[in-house]
Design a protein around this ligand. Structure first.
Ligand code: PEP
Ligand code: MG
Length: 883
């Protein structure tokens, strides 16, 4: 087995396509080398070696050691160095690199190979002792943190103390001998903490770092990140070892990161930040505030610190050319890392850049216009679930803004919540159902869970590429970073801004669009769905086969869904129409009535309400199909619970409260979800179905007259398992239809169909299709009944299942294709066998889940139906499934 792939000097053993084996970083380093770009020579230890390492009790495969040795010689042959030899100095960086980029999740060690002897050689070779000792102390810090597991703060404390003693503001002010002093303190501290000295042998250092990269694949942060992003553990990580180039070799050296287009807005402008006389980690760590790369960006930001363009025009020019070349080569926006060593540019990384949903749309649309990609590719480029970010509110421009601080607009969207100062607090409050804004000086990978639990993130330090900014954009959370006027005091649990003090629990709003921090809650606006969004949606609509309907029963939801492009209603849950105000009382009267006569009396009260609801829905959806489902839920959902509720219904029904209580008790069920619900209610109390059918038909007549286009209602019977259940209810529906047609003199076209949400219904679909003109797969109940897992109680143990690797995804969120999906496929096939033109749709939650939508496309359903906010996601996912 080949465990190691080398690259350097215009040649490489790997290519961009080897991402699975070499990881994203390694594959792209190889590719850049082959393109002839300036990349420090190096080698990649494969992900296969990482997997071998874990499969074999954390040991290395035979031959790896030799391969690494020859690869080091390969680097040496290019640079003229020899690893570990002070007379021919060769220092390396060691970085992880998984298949999917996991920003901040894995660890990096720079300047490896330095020790008490080689540091002198570095000082001599560079003619800059300050630089050499600065590099050595950085190495000790990083290595101790990443490999020896010492807390970062240990060193920060020593450093801060020394800075204070010297009266310095910046690290760069230290002289060589002062750094030597710091190094002595560091080494002393390490010995104290670990009981052994800092390793001096470069080979030991190297293997320590390689082992640390492999181990970090299984650290808590990495595991969390993988879980959140559905990255399988089996991918493993690669290790990249590269000759060092130094951005901290004085004022003509620098290091930076850049995007070929703005990752926040998508604007086509090189966008990035750098620091003079610094090493890689300084930029992302957000410790010094970085400078802009281009003059244009500097001016736009109103910064008085010179841009790279001004400061190092030649290196800037080559960087611009290389970034253009890479964007064209990869046909996507690139995220670049570079170092300038004494005026010479080196590329350290390229990869497709993470971006906000808004930027993703703009970039895709513009790249299609530039002819770099096709429209179908543009459609394929957008992650459907990310559209969610665009569908969420922004601050109403007319709202009064009580601005207490300004930071950078690090990730768009606005959010309101209670202040918390730690990630653990954020998680606790979130699980108590509260909305929080995580306020930190800066964030680190340890804060991922807290960021996830928050509505938005606010930091007082760090730039647009700080950890907080990058991660928040990836998560689609609003973020304001680097709000320098804010003083956060973790110990006191306060945040001070312009003379005002905020405590934990106080409400603030952040505006990720302009970097403002606002006091209190602020009115928000619904998003604008035009421009790039509309363009992508139009292209998606042109490519999809599946129709997209919505699950909606209120006029507000129905209108919203239409504005999101819904092509009808796939599920109107009529029971949801009975929850408010006077309706719930009438509903309770109906449920608690113990004679048909009383029940009919209550139903008579409900009829006009129900009818007017349907008229409104039919009007909103004029010209589009509307599926209305007859009453479905377990009746206990409607039973009065408090004494007041009982009293209210008793008064309305004119019966003693006591009697009502007995009736309530009599209706109690042990297993209501498998109890008296769905069509079973219609079988017991056909008058309910009759009332609903009447309301539907009368509304159809009325709305048809009003809108001028005839309404073709689709009446859906829930929870059918037996054809005879459907036949029984259908007979009532047909009878009412006849009556209403006679009464009104209007002919009504309508369809009667059923939910397929029980395994029996799927298996007997060919028989049920004799009576059903359409099927709608109710995959919520079908998942519940196929697994025998209660949809209401599953959350408490399914997460454990996931953690223990028994399931990969919650089957109530993403369809279990092998099991539940198989029943859907069988149901669809059998239904079509009996009735070739049967209409088939899905209306469980899965109708808005991209992976489930792809499955629906593969079995040829006619439509998916999902909640209004998911409609754009479904339109896009349906197109991607069809392309
Ligand atoms: C279903 O069961 O999938 C469904 C859509 O119906 P409900 O969620 O209302 O039970
Ligand atoms: Mg159901």
């Amino acid at each position: 087995t080949k465990w190691v792939y080398t690259f350097g000097d215009g040649a490489a053993e790997g290519r961009a396509g080897d991402r699975n084996l070499l990881g994203g970083k390694g594959a792209n380093l190889a590719e850049m080398c082959s393109l002839g770009l300036p990349v420090p020579p190096g080698f990649t230890i494969t992900t296969a070696a990482c997997n071998w390492y874990y499969a074999n009790g954390q040991t290395y495969p035979d031959g790896l050691e030799n391969d690494v040795k020859s690869a080091l010689d390969h680097i040496g042959a290019i640079t003229g160095g020899r690893f570990g030899d002070p007379s021919r100095l060769l220092l390396v960086s060691v970085r992880s690199g998984a298949r999917a980029s996991m920003p901040g999740m894995m660890d990096t060690v720079l300047n490896l190979g330095l020790n008490d002897v080689t540091v002198k050689a570095l000082a001599d070779a560079s003619g800059d002792a300050r630089f050499a000792y600065d590099s050595y102390r950085r190495f000790i810090q990083m290595y101790s943190n990443v490999v020896l597991d010492l807390d970062h703060d240990v060193f920060e404390e020593i450093l801060e103390e020394e800075k204070a003693r010297q009266g310095y503001e910046l690290d760069t002010e230290f002289t060589a001998s002062q750094w030597q002093g710091v190094i002595a303190l560091y080494k002393q501290k390490i010995e104290e903490e670990l009981g052994k000295p800092f390793p001096q042998d470069p080979q030991e250092q190297l293997w320590g770092a390689i082992g640390a990269v492999f181990s970090s694949w299984m650290n808590h942060r990495a595991i969390t990140y993988r879980r959140l992003h559905d990255i399988p553990e089996s991918w493993g990580t690669a290790v990249n070892v590269q000759a060092m180039v130094f951005g901290n070799m004085g004022e003509t050296s620098a290091t930076g990161v850049a995007f070929t287009r703005n990752p926040s807005t998508g604007e086509k402008l090189l966008y990035g930040e750098f620091l003079v006389n610094a090493q890689g980690e300084d930029v992302v760590a957000g410790i010094r505030t970085p400078q802009n790369i281009t003059e244009a960006a500097r001016i736009a930001a109103g910064s008085d610190k010179p841009s790279l363009q001004k400061l190092m025009p030649e290196a800037f020019q080559s960087f611009v050319e290389i970034s253009n070349q890479l964007e064209k080569h990869y046909r996507d926006m690139q995220d670049l890392e570079f170092t300038i060593e004494r005026g010479k540019l080196w590329m350290l990384q390229t990869r497709s850049g993470k971006r906000t949903a808004k930027a993703a749309l703009k970039i895709a649309v513009e790249m299609a216009a530039e002819g770099l990609i096709t429209r179908n590719e543009a459609v394929k480029r957008i992650d459907p679930t990310s559209l969610d970010q665009l569908l969420h509110p922004t601050i109403d421009p007319k709202a009064e803004r009580n601005v207490v601080a300004m930071g950078l607009p690090a990730s768009p969207g606005a959010a309101t919540g209670e202040i918390v100062f730690s990630s653990d607090e954020a998680e606790e409050m979130r699980s108590a159902g509260r909305k929080v804004i995580l306020v930190r000086v800066e964030t680190s990978p340890e804060d991922i869970h807290g960021m996830h639990a928050s509505e938005g993130i606010l930091t007082t330090r760090g730039g647009m590429t700080s950890h907080a900014a990058v991660v928040a954009r990836g998560m689609g959370k609003p973020c304001v970073s680097g709000a320098g006027q804010l003083r956060v005091d973790y110990r006191a649990g306060t945040m001070t801004a312009m003379g005002q003090t905020f405590k934990k629990g106080d409400i603030i709003t952040i505006d990720g669009a302009n970097g403002q921090v606002l006091k209190g809650a602020v009115p928000m606006l619904q998003p604008e769905l035009s421009g790039d969004f509309a363009a992508i949606m139009e292209w998606a609509d042109g490519s999809r086969r599946l129709k997209v309907r919505t699950n909606a029963e209120t006029p507000t939801d129905a209108r919203m869904a239409r504005s999101f492009g819904a092509e009808g209603i796939g599920l109107c849950r009529t029971e949801h129409m009975f929850f408010d105000g006077a309706r719930i009382v009438a509903m309770r009267e109906m449920i608690l009535a113990d004679t048909e006569k009383d029940r009919r009396a209550a139903l008579d009260k409900l009829l006009p309400m129900q009818r007017s609801d349907f008229v409104e829905l039919f009007e909103i959806m004029a010209g589009l199909p509307v599926t209305i489902r007859l009453l479905d839920p377990p009746l206990h959902e409607f039973l009065p619970k408090t004494d007041e509720e009982v009293a209210e219904v008793a008064a309305a029904m004119n019966v003693p409260e006591e009697k009502l209580r007995h009736r309530t008790e009599a209706l109690h069920e042990f297993n209501p979800m498998l109890g008296h619900r769905g069509c079973r209610l219609a079988v017991s109390y056909p008058e309910i179905a009759e009332m609903q059918a009447r309301a539907i038909f009368e509304a159809a007549v009325e709305a048809g007259k009003k809108t001028g286009s005839p309404v073709v209602p689709e009446i859906m019977v829930p929870l059918v398992g037996l054809k005879k259940e459907l036949d029984f209810v259908k007979a009532r529906i047909d009878a009412v239809a006849k009556q209403v047609m006679t009464e009104s003199g209007v002919t009504i076209d309508y369809l009667t169909g059923t939910m397929i949400e029980l395994p029996r219904a799927a298996i007997r679909a060919h028989v049920i299709a004799e009576s059903a003109e359409f099927f709608s797969f109710g995959t919520n109940d079908l998942t519940q009944t196929t697994f025998g897992i209660s949809r209401d109680d599953a959350a408490s143990f399914l997460e454990t299942y996931r953690q223990k690797g028994i399931i990969e995804q919650d089957p109530f969120v993403s369809l279990d294709i092998d099991g539940v999906g198989e029943l859907v496929r069988i149901g669809a096939e059998k239904g079509r066998a009996t009735r070739p033109d049967i209409k088939l749709g899905i209306c469980g939650e899965h109708g808005g889940d991209p992976a489930s939508i792809a499955f629906c496309e593969s079995i040829g359903l006619d439509y998916v139906s999902c909640s209004p906010f998911r409609v754009p996601i479904a339109r896009l996912a349906a197109a991607q499934a069809a392309i």
